[in-house]
Design a binder for this molecule. Structure first.
Ligand code: MG
Length: 386
């Protein structure tokens, strides 16, 4: 039996993970759950799955959980340090990191250092500190399996292949809700419109990133580090149906693809059971019902965030870190209606222009760059709103 720690259990990925574990039966058991603010939901999950440990964001939430749950043998912790503790908990075999944003990095590193299998949905960990994360993977007795559907697809396509025979990765992108919307109306896009993704049910941050195509840019960076491929071998292809989750082209002209319904439970289950496959009854998949699959080039002038992410990867060192941090602040400001949709890309562009990366890049430097870019972006947003 494998013990699973789920960091970010009340979000979309966390809930789908619990759904998968329920259906996998006795071989997987929830050992701990961590959530930030959805206390009622966390308490329901704790009643349902009887974890040994819980973590929440702050002491007030900790008190609330305690009074709702009573004393029933469950240890409850709070604060960001609690995430790290759950990540390296000796009782955990698999750590599902479904945290949103930069807060996930230390948990990813701690879990790897403790030799866990890390099922990673928190792509920001790799984007902000790809070198450090992959170094931790190399030194770890555990391993890192992506939950991101595109990277899960690439991992599956690469099974049994010689990495030197890869010509390029083809990361598919749905194109988001504004694929056909003219760029001159981007300024009037509301958060409500941007939160309606055509194919995937996801949390608000990643849904906005999917609407700007920043998500795909972050995924290019993620793929670069995960699969150790140069940026020029990673190509983005728009595929509005989100059925082909990504492809790998080999030197002989063959392309392998992984297809499934757009349901995150598929890559989540693969990450949990990797390298095995288990029976899953939650998805029926009939290609004849889907009919046609389309592919096209992305418009990187319209979706500038994709271009900026690729640019940051070329610039190297701390540039992806700075971009990721500024983007988090910009997306938050857009969701709170403090900036317009088109200003997300403008803020992201300006952070790359203003930033000077340090050459050495340890964890302290990563956190400093992350902090600097957040501050810088907040200042820019203040001056926009004056
Ligand atoms: Mg993805």
């Amino acid at each position: 039996m494998k013990n699973v720690a789920i960091l970010g259990s009340t979000g979309s990925i966390g809930r789908s993970t619990l759904d998968v574990i329920k259906q996998l039966g006795d071989e997987f058991r929830v050992i701990s759950l961590a959530a930030r603010s959805q206390i009622d939901r966390l308490v329901d999950q704790a009643r349902d799955f009887s974890p040994v440990r819980l973590a929440v964001a702050n002491p007030e939430s900790e008190r609330d959980v305690r009074s709702l749950l009573g004393e029933n043998g469950c240890d409850i912790f709070s604060g960001t340090e609690a995430l790290v503790e759950l990540a390296k908990d000796p009782d955990a075999d698999i750590v599902v990191n479904a945290l949103v944003g930069a807060v996930g990095l230390r948990a990813t590193l701690a879990a790897l250092e403790a030799g866990k299998i890390v099922a990673l949905a928190n792509k920001e960990s790799i984007v902000m500190a790809g070198v450090l994360v992959m170094q931790a993977v190399a030194e770890s007795e555990g391993w890192l399996v992506p939950i991101d559907s595109e990277h899960s697809a690439v991992l599956q396509c690469l099974r049994g292949e010689d990495p030197t025979q890869v010509k390029q990765l083809l990361l598919t992108a749905s194109g988001g809700p504004f694929l056909r919307r003219p760029i001159d109306s981007f300024a009037s896009i509301t958060p409500e419109e941007a939160l309606k993704h055509p194919n995937w049910e996801m949390g608000p941050k990643i849904t906005i990133d999917s609407a700007t195509l920043m998500n795909k840019g972050l995924e290019v960076i993620e793929a670069h580090y995960l699969f150790d491929l140069p940026p020029e071998k990673i190509k983005v292809v728009v595929h509005p149906q989100s059925i082909v989750h990504s492809m790998v082209e080999f030197v002989d002209g063959s392309i392998k693809a992984q297809l499934s319904q757009p349901d995150m439970r598929v890559p989540i289950q693969y990450a949990l059971t990797y390298p095995d496959r288990f029976q899953a009854d939650f998805v029926s998949f009939d290609l004849s019902q889907i009919g046609s699959l389309e592919f096209e080039e992305p418009d990187i002038e319209k979706f500038k965030c994709l271009k900026l992410a690729c640019q940051s990867l070329d610039q190297g060192n701390g540039y992806p870190t700075a971009l990721n941090a500024a983007n988090e602040i910009a997306v938050e400001a857009f969701l709170e209606k403090r900036i317009r949709f088109d200003q997300i890309a403008k803020l992201n562009e300006s952070v790359l222009t203003a930033f000077n990366s340090p050459d050495s890049f340890d964890l302290d430097a990563v956190l400093q760059v992350d902090d600097w870019a957040r501050q810088w972006c907040r200042e820019q947003i203040k001056s926009i709103n004056k």
